[in-house]
Design a protein around this ligand. Sequence first.
Ligand code: BEZ
Length: 210
Amino acid sequence: MALQLGDIAPDFTQDSTEGPIHFHDWAGGSWVVLFSHPKDFTPVCTTELGAVAKLKPEFDKRGVKVIGLSVDGAGSHEQWAKDIAETQGTALNFPLIADHDRKVSDLYGMIHPNANDTLTVRSVFVIDPSKRVRLTLTYPASTGRNFDELLRVIDSLQLTDRFKVATPVNWKHGEDVIIVPSVTNEAAKALFPAGWTEVKPYLRTVKQPG
Ligand code: BEZ
């Protein structure tokens, strides 16, 4: 069965551009974004890896480690990394898993045989510090992902964990948030002493905490 939200992210050991990765040890107590690419030396992936390298300070700020994957060997990844540095104006600054035997791709269900029986689709897994899967995304090979959206979701997840708030449609950092339904008004008084707006008893908005 496909990995589902709340599942423990499977552990693995695999080669990477930074040597063998023992995934759970590598993740430590951090949040992780694990994302796959169909293949080395492909155009969309080249732009995505450059974009993620540029966003690395934003991931760092949120305590998130990023790790890419494609189904080629480490030697191929190293050659491709030179092209990424040359064309995207930034060098890779995070590991790229060399999933030559598709061990990790199979473990995480990154190969969708009815789309392509050898290459991975564009999967994303956001994994929290307790190793639970908190987001999955699957994009087609021909569509580059929006990594700003991924940062937005991570901000939302971290707010939920820290402050028991959810985020409304199209929420952006700094905008009002929603008190989660499991928090009673009595409990909310302690959590949000400055008060909140009750649009409906089930829709209570509050300034973004933190
Ligand atoms: C790419 O990764 O660039 C790509 C892969 C398959 C189809 C189109 C683009």
